[in-house]
Design a binder for this molecule. Structure first.
Ligand code: DAH
Length: 336
Protein backbone atom coordinates (compact mmCIF):
# COMPACT_ATOMS: atom_id res chain seq x y z
CA UNK A 1 0.00 0.00 0.00
CA UNK A 2 1.29 3.44 -0.88
CA UNK A 3 0.85 6.51 1.30
CA UNK A 4 -1.86 7.82 -1.03
CA UNK A 5 -3.74 4.49 -0.90
CA UNK A 6 -3.46 4.56 2.89
CA UNK A 7 -5.15 8.01 3.03
CA UNK A 8 -8.03 6.72 0.90
CA UNK A 9 -8.46 3.64 3.09
CA UNK A 10 -8.40 5.84 6.17
CA UNK A 11 -11.10 8.19 4.87
CA UNK A 12 -13.20 5.16 3.93
CA UNK A 13 -12.86 3.62 7.41
CA UNK A 14 -13.84 6.86 9.20
CA UNK A 15 -16.87 7.23 6.93
CA UNK A 16 -17.97 3.68 7.75
CA UNK A 17 -17.59 4.26 11.49
CA UNK A 18 -19.54 7.50 11.42
CA UNK A 19 -22.34 5.77 9.49
CA UNK A 20 -22.63 2.87 11.97
CA UNK A 21 -25.93 3.02 13.87
CA UNK A 22 -25.91 -0.02 16.11
CA UNK A 23 -23.58 -1.28 18.79
CA UNK A 24 -23.02 -4.46 16.79
CA UNK A 25 -22.01 -2.50 13.67
CA UNK A 26 -19.52 -0.44 15.70
CA UNK A 27 -18.07 -3.62 17.19
CA UNK A 28 -17.75 -5.20 13.72
CA UNK A 29 -15.82 -2.15 12.49
CA UNK A 30 -13.57 -2.26 15.55
CA UNK A 31 -12.70 -5.87 14.67
CA UNK A 32 -12.27 -4.99 10.99
CA UNK A 33 -9.81 -2.15 11.59
CA UNK A 34 -8.09 -2.50 14.94
CA UNK A 35 -8.90 -6.09 15.99
CA UNK A 36 -6.07 -8.63 16.27
CA UNK A 37 -6.38 -9.50 12.56
CA UNK A 38 -7.68 -6.10 11.50
CA UNK A 39 -6.30 -4.09 8.59
CA UNK A 40 -4.25 -1.67 10.69
CA UNK A 41 -2.31 -4.36 12.66
CA UNK A 42 -1.77 -6.15 9.33
CA UNK A 43 -0.17 -3.02 7.88
CA UNK A 44 2.10 -2.74 10.92
CA UNK A 45 3.18 -6.35 10.44
CA UNK A 46 3.88 -5.70 6.73
CA UNK A 47 6.05 -2.70 7.54
CA UNK A 48 9.26 -4.66 6.83
CA UNK A 49 8.31 -4.82 3.12
CA UNK A 50 8.15 -1.01 2.83
CA UNK A 51 11.34 0.49 1.36
CA UNK A 52 13.66 1.66 4.11
CA UNK A 53 13.53 5.38 3.22
CA UNK A 54 9.71 5.45 3.21
CA UNK A 55 9.34 3.50 6.45
CA UNK A 56 9.31 6.45 8.94
CA UNK A 57 6.68 8.46 7.07
CA UNK A 58 4.59 5.34 6.44
CA UNK A 59 4.80 4.26 10.07
CA UNK A 60 3.65 7.70 11.23
CA UNK A 61 0.69 7.62 8.86
CA UNK A 62 -0.38 4.16 10.07
CA UNK A 63 -0.20 5.29 13.74
CA UNK A 64 -2.26 8.38 12.94
CA UNK A 65 -4.88 6.22 11.19
CA UNK A 66 -5.07 3.93 14.18
CA UNK A 67 -5.47 6.87 16.60
CA UNK A 68 -8.25 8.42 14.52
CA UNK A 69 -10.12 5.14 14.15
CA UNK A 70 -9.91 4.49 17.89
CA UNK A 71 -11.12 8.00 18.70
CA UNK A 72 -14.05 7.60 16.29
CA UNK A 73 -14.95 4.18 17.75
CA UNK A 74 -14.68 5.62 21.30
CA UNK A 75 -17.04 8.48 20.51
CA UNK A 76 -19.54 5.99 19.06
CA UNK A 77 -19.28 3.89 22.21
CA UNK A 78 -20.13 6.85 24.43
CA UNK A 79 -23.07 7.79 22.28
CA UNK A 80 -24.24 4.21 22.64
CA UNK A 81 -24.14 4.47 26.46
CA UNK A 82 -26.23 7.64 26.41
CA UNK A 83 -28.74 5.98 24.11
CA UNK A 84 -28.88 2.99 26.43
CA UNK A 85 -29.66 5.27 29.37
CA UNK A 86 -32.52 6.92 27.54
CA UNK A 87 -33.82 3.54 26.41
CA UNK A 88 -33.88 2.26 30.02
CA UNK A 89 -37.18 1.93 31.83
CA UNK A 90 -37.49 5.25 33.60
CA UNK A 91 -40.30 3.98 35.82
CA UNK A 92 -37.98 1.53 37.62
CA UNK A 93 -37.31 2.48 41.27
CA UNK A 94 -34.08 4.43 41.82
CA UNK A 95 -30.92 2.99 43.28
CA UNK A 96 -30.99 2.82 47.11
CA UNK A 97 -28.39 4.86 48.91
CA UNK A 98 -28.07 3.43 52.41
CA UNK A 99 -29.09 6.25 54.75
CA UNK A 100 -27.13 6.42 57.98
CA UNK A 101 -28.36 7.25 61.46
CA UNK A 102 -27.40 10.07 63.72
CA UNK A 103 -25.21 8.95 66.58
CA UNK A 104 -27.17 8.78 69.88
CA UNK A 105 -24.82 11.33 71.49
CA UNK A 106 -25.39 13.80 68.63
CA UNK A 107 -29.10 13.22 68.96
CA UNK A 108 -29.14 14.01 72.67
CA UNK A 109 -27.02 17.13 72.12
CA UNK A 110 -29.17 18.38 69.23
CA UNK A 111 -32.42 17.61 70.99
CA UNK A 112 -31.20 19.35 74.17
CA UNK A 113 -30.22 22.43 72.18
CA UNK A 114 -33.69 22.47 70.61
CA UNK A 115 -35.46 22.09 73.97
CA UNK A 116 -33.43 24.78 75.73
CA UNK A 117 -33.66 27.12 72.75
CA UNK A 118 -37.44 27.11 73.26
CA UNK A 119 -36.68 28.60 76.71
CA UNK A 120 -34.40 31.30 75.30
CA UNK A 121 -31.03 29.56 75.76
CA UNK A 122 -28.37 29.82 73.09
CA UNK A 123 -25.47 27.41 72.55
CA UNK A 124 -21.98 28.46 73.69
CA UNK A 125 -18.76 26.69 72.87
CA UNK A 126 -15.34 26.43 74.47
CA UNK A 127 -12.03 24.63 73.86
CA UNK A 128 -11.23 21.16 75.19
CA UNK A 129 -7.79 22.35 76.25
CA UNK A 130 -8.36 24.67 79.20
CA UNK A 131 -6.49 26.77 81.72
CA UNK A 132 -6.38 25.98 85.42
CA UNK A 133 -8.11 29.32 86.03
CA UNK A 134 -11.17 28.56 83.84
CA UNK A 135 -11.51 24.90 84.76
CA UNK A 136 -10.88 25.24 88.52
CA UNK A 137 -9.83 28.56 90.08
CA UNK A 138 -12.64 30.74 88.75
CA UNK A 139 -15.05 27.92 89.61
CA UNK A 140 -13.99 28.29 93.24
CA UNK A 141 -12.16 24.98 93.23
CA UNK A 142 -9.02 25.19 95.41
CA UNK A 143 -5.68 23.61 94.41
CA UNK A 144 -6.01 20.86 97.02
CA UNK A 145 -9.41 19.75 95.68
CA UNK A 146 -9.18 16.11 94.53
CA UNK A 147 -10.48 16.96 91.05
CA UNK A 148 -7.25 18.90 90.45
CA UNK A 149 -5.13 15.88 91.31
CA UNK A 150 -2.81 14.51 88.64
CA UNK A 151 -4.32 11.08 89.12
CA UNK A 152 -7.78 12.42 88.16
CA UNK A 153 -6.95 14.87 85.43
CA UNK A 154 -4.93 15.08 82.21
CA UNK A 155 -2.46 17.94 82.74
CA UNK A 156 -0.21 19.23 79.95
CA UNK A 157 1.74 21.50 82.26
CA UNK A 158 1.05 23.41 85.48
CA UNK A 159 -1.53 25.61 83.88
CA UNK A 160 -3.00 23.64 81.02
CA UNK A 161 -5.27 20.58 81.06
CA UNK A 162 -7.94 18.71 79.13
CA UNK A 163 -11.10 20.16 80.67
CA UNK A 164 -12.69 17.89 83.26
CA UNK A 165 -16.12 19.47 82.85
CA UNK A 166 -17.98 21.91 80.60
CA UNK A 167 -18.28 24.37 83.52
CA UNK A 168 -15.29 26.48 82.28
CA UNK A 169 -17.52 27.60 79.40
CA UNK A 170 -19.59 29.37 82.11
CA UNK A 171 -16.51 31.39 82.96
CA UNK A 172 -15.75 32.21 79.33
CA UNK A 173 -19.36 33.20 78.70
CA UNK A 174 -19.61 35.51 81.71
CA UNK A 175 -16.22 37.08 81.05
CA UNK A 176 -17.21 37.85 77.48
CA UNK A 177 -20.79 39.03 78.10
CA UNK A 178 -22.78 41.29 80.39
CA UNK A 179 -25.77 39.80 82.20
CA UNK A 180 -28.33 38.54 81.42
CA UNK A 181 -26.75 35.37 80.00
CA UNK A 182 -28.65 32.22 79.19
CA UNK A 183 -26.57 29.50 77.53
CA UNK A 184 -26.09 25.79 77.28
CA UNK A 185 -22.62 24.45 76.48
CA UNK A 186 -22.40 20.93 75.08
CA UNK A 187 -18.98 19.40 74.67
CA UNK A 188 -16.39 16.75 75.28
CA UNK A 189 -14.73 16.38 78.68
CA UNK A 190 -11.86 14.26 80.02
CA UNK A 191 -11.05 12.47 83.25
CA UNK A 192 -8.55 9.82 84.19
CA UNK A 193 -11.23 7.18 84.65
CA UNK A 194 -10.59 3.58 83.81
CA UNK A 195 -13.10 2.67 81.18
CA UNK A 196 -15.83 0.20 82.22
CA UNK A 197 -19.53 -0.22 81.45
CA UNK A 198 -20.44 3.16 82.95
CA UNK A 199 -17.19 5.18 82.82
CA UNK A 200 -15.03 6.47 80.02
CA UNK A 201 -11.94 8.66 80.10
CA UNK A 202 -13.61 10.96 77.66
CA UNK A 203 -17.29 11.72 77.71
CA UNK A 204 -19.71 14.57 77.02
CA UNK A 205 -21.52 17.05 79.18
CA UNK A 206 -24.06 19.78 78.67
CA UNK A 207 -23.65 22.76 80.91
CA UNK A 208 -26.41 25.28 81.52
CA UNK A 209 -26.12 28.79 82.90
CA UNK A 210 -28.65 31.53 83.55
CA UNK A 211 -27.60 34.79 85.18
CA UNK A 212 -29.74 37.90 85.41
CA UNK A 213 -29.97 41.23 87.19
CA UNK A 214 -33.52 40.25 88.11
CA UNK A 215 -33.63 37.78 91.03
CA UNK A 216 -33.22 34.16 89.89
CA UNK A 217 -34.21 31.34 92.23
CA UNK A 218 -33.87 27.61 92.73
CA UNK A 219 -37.54 27.38 91.73
CA UNK A 220 -36.65 28.76 88.28
CA UNK A 221 -33.95 26.10 87.96
CA UNK A 222 -36.36 23.37 88.98
CA UNK A 223 -39.04 24.44 86.52
CA UNK A 224 -36.55 24.60 83.64
CA UNK A 225 -35.18 21.14 84.42
CA UNK A 226 -38.72 19.75 84.83
CA UNK A 227 -39.57 21.05 81.36
CA UNK A 228 -36.38 19.55 79.97
CA UNK A 229 -37.10 16.20 81.66
CA UNK A 230 -40.58 16.02 80.17
CA UNK A 231 -39.45 17.03 76.68
CA UNK A 232 -36.44 14.71 76.63
CA UNK A 233 -37.87 11.67 78.43
CA UNK A 234 -41.60 11.96 77.91
CA UNK A 235 -44.73 12.83 79.91
CA UNK A 236 -44.82 11.85 83.55
CA UNK A 237 -41.09 12.37 84.04
CA UNK A 238 -40.29 15.08 86.57
CA UNK A 239 -37.36 16.16 88.74
CA UNK A 240 -36.27 15.87 92.33
CA UNK A 241 -33.44 17.79 94.01
CA UNK A 242 -31.17 16.27 96.66
CA UNK A 243 -28.74 18.42 98.66
CA UNK A 244 -25.15 18.07 97.49
CA UNK A 245 -21.89 20.03 97.28
CA UNK A 246 -20.19 21.63 94.32
CA UNK A 247 -17.51 24.30 94.81
CA UNK A 248 -19.13 26.62 92.24
CA UNK A 249 -22.74 26.57 93.45
CA UNK A 250 -24.42 27.42 96.74
CA UNK A 251 -26.75 25.78 97.51
CA UNK A 252 -25.89 22.77 95.34
CA UNK A 253 -28.15 19.89 94.39
CA UNK A 254 -28.04 16.60 92.61
CA UNK A 255 -30.87 16.22 90.15
CA UNK A 256 -32.87 13.04 89.66
CA UNK A 257 -35.45 12.35 86.95
CA UNK A 258 -38.43 10.08 87.62
CA UNK A 259 -37.49 6.72 86.14
CA UNK A 260 -38.89 6.87 82.62
CA UNK A 261 -39.37 3.09 82.51
CA UNK A 262 -41.55 2.56 85.60
CA UNK A 263 -42.65 6.21 85.98
CA UNK A 264 -41.49 6.19 89.59
CA UNK A 265 -42.94 2.88 90.75
CA UNK A 266 -39.56 1.19 91.08
CA UNK A 267 -37.95 -1.23 88.61
CA UNK A 268 -34.60 -2.77 87.74
CA UNK A 269 -33.46 0.24 85.72
CA UNK A 270 -33.77 2.62 88.71
CA UNK A 271 -32.75 -0.04 91.23
CA UNK A 272 -36.28 0.08 92.71
CA UNK A 273 -35.92 3.71 93.78
CA UNK A 274 -38.18 5.26 91.14
CA UNK A 275 -35.50 7.92 90.41
CA UNK A 276 -32.43 8.21 88.18
CA UNK A 277 -29.59 10.63 88.89
CA UNK A 278 -28.80 12.78 85.86
CA UNK A 279 -27.21 16.10 86.76
CA UNK A 280 -25.52 18.42 89.21
CA UNK A 281 -26.84 21.94 89.69
CA UNK A 282 -27.24 24.89 92.01
CA UNK A 283 -27.24 28.65 92.44
CA UNK A 284 -24.01 30.20 91.12
CA UNK A 285 -21.66 30.89 94.04
CA UNK A 286 -20.97 34.63 94.63
CA UNK A 287 -17.23 33.86 94.51
CA UNK A 288 -17.60 32.71 90.90
CA UNK A 289 -19.31 36.00 90.04
CA UNK A 290 -16.39 37.90 91.61
CA UNK A 291 -13.88 35.93 89.53
CA UNK A 292 -15.57 36.93 86.27
CA UNK A 293 -16.06 40.55 87.28
CA UNK A 294 -19.81 40.40 88.02
CA UNK A 295 -21.09 42.08 91.18
CA UNK A 296 -22.76 39.37 93.33
CA UNK A 297 -24.93 42.07 94.91
CA UNK A 298 -26.42 42.85 91.51
CA UNK A 299 -26.78 39.47 89.81
CA UNK A 300 -27.99 36.00 90.66
CA UNK A 301 -28.26 32.82 88.62
CA UNK A 302 -28.33 29.09 88.42
CA UNK A 303 -26.14 26.53 86.68
CA UNK A 304 -26.46 22.85 85.90
CA UNK A 305 -24.45 20.16 84.16
CA UNK A 306 -25.47 16.75 82.96
CA UNK A 307 -23.81 13.85 81.23
CA UNK A 308 -24.83 13.29 77.62
CA UNK A 309 -23.89 9.58 77.76
CA UNK A 310 -26.04 9.20 80.88
CA UNK A 311 -29.11 10.67 79.17
CA UNK A 312 -28.49 8.65 75.98
CA UNK A 313 -28.07 5.42 77.96
CA UNK A 314 -31.31 5.81 79.90
CA UNK A 315 -33.28 7.24 76.98
CA UNK A 316 -32.31 4.47 74.55
CA UNK A 317 -31.76 1.67 77.09
CA UNK A 318 -28.04 1.28 76.33
CA UNK A 319 -26.44 -0.91 79.01
CA UNK A 320 -22.76 -0.28 78.21
CA UNK A 321 -21.16 3.15 77.61
CA UNK A 322 -18.48 1.57 75.37
CA UNK A 323 -21.09 0.78 72.72
CA UNK A 324 -21.30 4.54 72.12
CA UNK A 325 -17.69 4.66 70.95
CA UNK A 326 -17.23 1.42 69.03
CA UNK A 327 -18.96 2.57 65.85
CA UNK A 328 -20.54 -0.82 65.37
CA UNK A 329 -23.26 -0.40 62.75
CA UNK A 330 -25.20 -3.32 64.20
CA UNK A 331 -25.70 -1.16 67.30
CA UNK A 332 -26.01 2.23 65.64
CA UNK A 333 -28.56 1.11 63.05
CA UNK A 334 -30.99 0.00 65.77
CA UNK A 335 -31.65 3.60 66.69
CA UNK A 336 -33.04 4.58 63.28
N1 DAH B 1 -19.36 20.21 86.55
C1 DAH B 1 -20.06 19.26 87.40
C2 DAH B 1 -19.43 17.88 87.17
O1 DAH B 1 -18.76 17.68 86.21
C3 DAH B 1 -21.51 19.22 87.07
C4 DAH B 1 -22.17 20.45 87.52
C5 DAH B 1 -22.67 20.55 88.79
C6 DAH B 1 -22.29 21.54 86.70
C7 DAH B 1 -23.28 21.69 89.26
C8 DAH B 1 -22.88 22.71 87.16
C9 DAH B 1 -23.38 22.76 88.43
O2 DAH B 1 -23.02 23.78 86.39
O3 DAH B 1 -23.97 23.89 88.83
O4 DAH B 1 -19.63 17.02 87.97
Amino acid sequence: MTLAELEIAKAESLKEISAATTGAAVEALRIKYVGRNGSIPALIKAMKDVPKEERPAFGKAVQAWRAEVEAALGAKGEAKVTEAKVDADLTLPGRWFGLGNKHPLSRVIEESAAIFSRLGFTVADGPELETRFNNFTALNTPPHHPSQDRSDTFWFNDDCLLRTQTSPVQIRTMMGNKPPVRVICPGRTYRRDTTDATHSANFHQIEGLYVDTKPVSLADLKSVLAYFAKEMMGDGVTVRFRPHFFPFTEPSVEVDFTCHVCKGKGCNVCKQSGWIEVAGAGMVDPRVFKHVGYNPEEVSGYAFGFGVERIAMIKYGIPDIRWLYENDVRFLSQLG
